[in-house]
Design a protein around this ligand. Structure first.
Ligand code: GDP
Length: 471
């Protein structure tokens, strides 16, 4: 998981709050102290952390006062929820730049230009982006306008060929502006939807690099310029992005190498402070190691609360690869139907895609448990969830899981120690699948959360008459 150490420390701090028998000033101050030291450890700027501390204190105080006046006496559990929510909201605000990035639209040629220092991961990220948009159904291509670095074109060519993405570049032309113009012109004529231009990241002099970026920008008129930034530079991300912004006025940022970098928290919060939206995070060297970034899901995942939206998008990507299934799923969503059978199908498809531990950390209730877990272990956990559903009968599989619901609350055993009533179902399923009733219950909770999310997404799609839910 991205920023696993920070996530663990934040979780521990919130865990202490859950354990406390009363929520008083002392407990709140201890929580804030732990949060502050976790953030500083992740290289978040001291001033940002100090302001976060003040804001959390103020928000907690106000939320508790408001709740107190409206409900006349608060239970400790409610107080805990209020404090947790205040922490969550402030963490989201810290990584939220408050601006929306450009979104490529179908039916026109969207030109995206990548800028950034050499070694930041620009060329790799351009191919990852191309793969991402191609999965979303855009006709995508790559242009290599880096003539400074020997081998830049070869690298892009190799990546693009591997990912089956059309590309343009030249071994003989030395003018990057000419190459960029010719490449973009060619692909525009061929009606490509997303044209990604990779630029140089180094020059003899910095001023020449910035001048070149401006010239390429003037020639290809990008719809969005994306700065690619290496997370390992931590807080220095702010200075670097401001320097680039002065010349290229980019509209979005991708932070790379977040896998394994303790300073990632510093880079992400520093970038947010520049009010430029981060659109993706680079999380590895492979073409699939690109995660969509949005403030709320990011914090949710960091705190071990999963990322329904991310998981849902992943499922949509999978469906895109199979248009028949996509149609069937779109119909189900429109009707607000998402049964356990659908959850089973999604999980077994997901098993064949990408990093399992990453996928599993998107499932609420599993996020924390998946931290530091290998793909193999994540795979066996996923298999157990599938075994559980394979032990269900048709009525159960076609339900949204509520058929099991009341059984858990009143565990009554018969003379042989076998539960009676509805929980007999859960018991039977657990026994049939070689799992425990607790695992069945967990799986059902996750499936219900997914079903709720699917219904909501379906409802929204219906409301906006948006039939193409894969965008
Ligand atoms: P450029 O000079 O900015 O075009 O950078 P490259 O795309 O050539 O990447 C430089 C190095 O960083 C390569 O070894 C990449 O494999 C690696 N890299 C790029 N993105 C990531 C990432 O998100 N995580 C990790 N671990 N490595 C990355």
């Amino acid at each position: 998981m991205v920023l696993a150490d920070l996530g663990k420390r934040l979780n521990n701090a919130l865990g202490q709050l859950s354990k406390a028998s009363v929520v008083d000033d002392q407990v709140i101050e201890a929580l804030i102290k732990d949060l502050v030291s976790a953030l500083l450890e992740a290289d978040v700027n001291v001033k940002l952390v100090a302001s976060l501390r003040t804001k959390i204190r103020a928000r907690v105080k106000k939320s508790l006062e408001d709740a107190e006046t409206s409900s006349q006496g608060l239970r400790e559990s409610n107080k805990k929820q209020i404090v947790q929510k205040a922490v969550f909201d402030e963490l989201v605000a810290m990584v939220d730049p408050g601006t929306e990035p450009y979104k490529p639209v179908k039916g026109k040629s969207n030109v995206l230009m990548a800028v950034g220092i050499q070694g930041a991961g620009k060329t790799t990220t351009c191919t990852k982006l191309a793969v991402h948009y191609q999965r979303k159904g855009f006709r995508t291509c790559l242009v290599c306008a880096d003539t400074f670095r020997a081998g830049a074109f070869d690298q892009l060519k190799q990546n693009a060929t591997k990912a089956k993405i059309p590309f343009y570049g030249s071994y003989t032309e030395t003018d990057p502006v000419a190459i960029a113009s010719m490449g973009v012109e060619k692909f525009r004529k061929e009606r490509f939807d997303v044209i990604i231009v990779d630029t140089s990241g180094r020059h003899k002099q910095e001023s020449e690099l910035f001048e070149e970026m401006v010239n390429i920008g003037n020639a290809v008129k990008p719809d969005m310029t994306i700065m690619v930034l290496d997370a390992s530079i931590g807080q220095a991300a702010e200075g670097q992005s401001r320097a680039f912004k002065e010349s290229s006025n980019f509209g979005a940022i991708i932070v790379t190498k977040l896998d394994g970098h303790a300073k990632g928290g510093g880079a992400i919060s520093a970038v947010a402070a520049t009010k430029t939206p981060i659109i993706f995070l680079g999380t590895g060297e492979h073409l699939n190691d690109l995660e969509r970034f949005a403030p709320q899901p990011f914090i949710s995942k960091l705190l071990g609360m999963g990322d329904m939206q991310g998981l849902f998008e992943h499922m949509q990507d999978v469906a895109m690869a199979n248009p028949d299934k996509q149609k069937a799923m779109a119909k189900k969503l429109e009707e607000g139907k998402f049964a356990l059978r659908d959850w089973r199908e999604q999980l077994s498809t997901l098993m064949n895609m990408g990093s399992l531990s990453k996928i599993m950390s998107s499932i609420p209730g599993l996020s924390g448990a998946m931290e530091g877990v290998s793909d193999e272990d994540a795979g066996s956990k996923l298999k157990r969830m599938i075994f559980i559903m394979d032990s269900m009968d048709n009525a159960e599989l076609d339900s949204d899981g509520l058929i099991f619901a009341s059984g858990f609350k009143c565990m009554k055993m018969d003379s042989e120690g076998i539960p009676t009533g509805l929980n007999k179902r859960a018991f039977r399923v657990a026994r049939g699948s070689g799992t425990s009733v607790k695992e069945v219950e967990e799986m059902l909770t996750q499936a219900r959360a997914m079903s709720g999310f699917a219904k909501m997404a379906g409802g929204m799609a219906n409301a906006s008459k948006e039939k193409d839910w894969t965008k």
